[in-house]
Design a protein around this ligand. Sequence first.
Ligand SMILES: [Mg+2]
Length: 194
Amino acid sequence: MQQLLKRIHFSLRMLHRYRHALAKIYHSSPRHLRLDQISIATLKGVAVLVLDFDGVLAAHGEPEPAEELVPWLEACINSFGPKQVFILSNKPLESRIAYFKRYGVRCIVDVKKKPYPDGLQKIIALSGQPAEAVMLVDDRLLTGALAACIAQVSVTYITHPIVLLSKRPVSELFFMTLRFWERRLISLYSRLCH
Ligand SMILES: [Mg+2]
């Protein structure tokens, strides 16, 4: 509980600091962007791709990526190389780690959860690439995108996350509400507080 309160406090402090950067990420993102709509060929200047899991690669709580995204994922691993693709999830389940191990892709574990920048900083150190060459793909503004702002890496904001309402209605509704309010909060706060 204390950890959660600390993380919320940190998030609010960082929200204040990066409110304009977050609003820019939100307002400049295409509506209804899904992971497989990102054209890998257009990611020029990106040497390391970091993927969030829940909402991006699968619905919340799923053990493995959604089947329909596997072709995109494999093309991405082929293009970047397995050592330059990382999974950074606040929920690094064993099944997910085992899944990506088959591809030689690393899941980052034992770091403070996003929006702490620790996971991205670990990836920068492991990959040996500068922060500018790293891109995070995430469906949350106050966790992933905020961590990216702090770590100075670029971010692609997924505006059409994968949701399986019928399977986990309570947690999906919770995260849909979170996404809705964080968008409103960032939009409003960046306008009100110059
Ligand atoms: Mg997510």
